[in-house]
Design a protein around this ligand. Sequence first.
Ligand code: HEC
Length: 139
Amino acid sequence: MNIHSILASVVTATAFAATTTAEEAVSFETSILPILESKCIKCHATEHTDAAGKVKKPKGGLVMDSAAGLTKGGKNAKDKTLVAGKPDESELYRVTTLPSSDDDAMPPEGKADPLTDAEKELLKKWITEGAKFGEWKGK
Ligand code: HEC
């Protein structure tokens, strides 16, 4: 074995270790849904009638309590609401990273707590990994 083949096997072994020790994929149901439930879904639920008998439509046409709604997307962003593999092209992620003074920032200022950095990272990672819902269908 010459020095080049030794180096090549070291590189291969390192790459192998890096992929096999990668963290587990982010689960929508256990990691993402709780964030949406606490900070988004009160305004982005499937159309329903509230306790006072008032019809509540999802804001911006974006339904976030079902996989179908999230896949369909909002009235403006449509299929750019979630772009599998591309968080920076996904409106759902982008709006959470805007300064609270921005008109598009979500949640709207003062209406719910903004996402923490850890929550934004999880959302980004979930989209990067393909924005998959697993078994979850929601409403
Ligand atoms: C207090 C209510 C409220 C909360 C909470 C809220 N939103 Fe919104 N959201 C709105 C309103 C109102 C609009 C529509 C704005 C418009 O059409 O100008 C909107 C629109 C959007 C849109 C654009 C939809 C489109 O395509 O037109 C996205 C994406 C979005 N929200 C994501 C989120 C996310 C993510 C969260 C949670 C982190 C969240 N929202 C929390 C009220 C809310």
